[in-house]
Design a binder for this molecule. Structure first.
Ligand code: CTP
Length: 459
């Protein structure tokens, strides 16, 4: 039975079916399936399949309901349909009314190879509560772009259009790919909604930092790239192996800011992307993850306990508070010095010359933890970001800091690693002379492979 053509039944039968389906909390199609299944059970085993008629086995491809929200990033959702389909799932698309200002139902239907849905009160699909089918007859619901408005509706349980009704009715995992102006993303209302949605078990991918569609606007709010969203969706559909289940992993990321006065600070250049990617990968691998991060423009990765700090001393305190851990990965670009006795008021320019700033050395967080006796994590991993003599400097750091591994990377301006999305790394281990060099790959792939290596070494 390829599909059910309930529509062709006479009105009286349809009405009786609807009442029966409503009473049982099922869609009409599901009700028909139940009746047929029960009838089949009464009638004994089904006849042997007619081999000539082709396989009788229904498609086992996972099914995704993709909701496209109304934002400029909707054009990327068209590419997302292709990225999802090329990985195997069937994709059914819902366009909100606002989304149709950016992409057409025809384009979405053509790419999905099935008519898309736009209207909660569409008589062609709603005669049997089609929104329930879209909500439950799938393995995953993806919302891309997830606008501030859609997220607010979701967080508050509103259901005044097809997209929000499906989101309220679904009992399947939901993945949101938020996209909005940075001011909307940081607005207190959105923060509240995001926190509530996470609490409700909704998964998020992105948003990332970058240029906005609006002229001269940048910040966190860009929708993740379609390949990243597809990867996150596939991970949810096929939960990855969890080799770090039961392990605690601690990660530092980002720069630290060392105040000179209330408005000025010393800092290193660091986007935090690599540390955040490692935290996300460790969480996907089943670990209980604490990420202590300096100031960065990145959203909290899913299922990670993120502790935001400013200075190196604060970072050390939070790292110590997060112990014990099985593995600790120090990816932060910690400022080596702070200003001794930072001014309580803004330092004013005077005619007498330059301010007399005295520097004091910051604690070395990695060395402090690596050299701990009691409570030292079993595996302590440092990073060495160098602009020259990469391997020699990294080897010296490995010895000096007392860690088990050093992940070395070339951050010279020509490498494009700083702030970029790709990385070339080399791993040096305390008890081996060899250097393990990996080819250039995305920071996300580096994170996945590194986490796999860590899991292996903790076994
Ligand atoms: N690190 C740290 N605390 C510091 C300085 C560095 O935890 N105060 C950690 C970094 O997170 C990284 C490793 O030490 O894992 C190496 O950091 P890097 O800045 O490359 O080394 P430095 O010790 O600062 O040495 P140098 O500046 O001379 O290269």
């Amino acid at each position: 039975m390829a599909s059910l053509t309930v529509r062709k039944l006479d009105d009286d039968l349809k009405a009786r079916l609807r009442v029966r389906a409503a009473r049982n909390g099922r869609s009409v199609e599901d009700e028909v399936r139940t009746i047929l299944r029960e009838a089949g059970e009464d009638a004994g085993p089904p006849p042997a399949p007619d081999v000539a008629a082709g396989p009788a086995v229904p498609s086992v491809a996972p099914r995704i309901t993709l909701i496209i929200g109304g934002g400029i990033a909707a054009y990327k959702a068209l590419d997302l349909i292709r990225r999802l389909k090329e990985r195997g799932p069937e994709v059914r698309v819902i366009l909100t009314r606002a989304a149709q200002q950016f992409v057409t139902p025809l384009a979405a239907s053509a790419l999905a190879h099935t008519p898309c849905h736009t209207d909660l009160f569409d008589p062609r699909s709603e005669f049997d509560a089609g929104h329930i089918r879209l909500a439950r007859g799938c393995d995953l619901v993806v919302v891309a772009p997830a606008t501030a408005d859609l997220m607010a509706k979701m967080a508050n349980g509103l259901a005044d259009d097809l997209a929000s009704a499906v989101l309220l009715a679904t009992d399947r995992p939901v993945l949101l790919a938020p996209a909005m102006n940075p001011a909307m993303w940081t607005n207190a209302a959105t923060r509240r909604n995001v926190a509530r949605l996470k609490q409700d078990g909704v998964h998020l991918v992105g948003p990332s930092a970058g240029e906005m569609a609006e002229a001269n606007e940048a910040g966190v709010g860009r929708m993740s790239e379609p390949t990243e969203i597809a990867l996150a969706a596939m991970t949810l559909l096929k939960p990855a192996a969890t080799p770090l289940k039961g392990r605690r992993v601690l990660i530092t990321a980002g720069p630290t800011h060392e105040p000179i006065d209330p408005v000025r600070y010393i800092a290193n250049r660091s986007s935090g992307k690599q540390g955040f990617a490692i935290a996300a990968a460790a969480a996907r691998a089943g670990a209980e993850v604490t990420l202590v991060s300096g100031p960065v423009g990145l959203a909290d990765p899913a299922d990670v306990n993120v502790v935001r700090v400013e200075s190196a001393r604060e970072m050390l305190a939070k790292v110590e508070a997060a112990l014990p851990a099985d593995a600790a990965i120090f990816a932060a670009a910690v400022a080596d010095w702070r200003v001794a006795g930072a001014a309580a008021q803004k330092i004013k320019k005077t005619v007498d010359g330059l301010p007399d700033l005295k520097l004091a050395e910051n604690p070395d967080i990695l060395a402090t933890i690596a050299k701990r006796g009691e409570g030292r994590p079993r595996l302590v991993v440092g990073f060495a970001a160098e602009t020259e003599n990469l391997i020699a400097h990294a080897r010296a750091k490995l010895m000096r800091k007392g860690c088990d591994w050093i992940v070395a990377n070339d951050v010279s301006p020509a490498s494009g690693v700083m702030g970029g999305d790709r990385n070339v790394i080399h791993i040096l281990m305390r008890d081996s002379e060899e250097v393990e060099s990996w080819p250039a790959m995305s920071k996300q792939e580096v994170a996945d492979r590194l986490v796999a290596r860590i899991a292996q070494s903790l076994q």
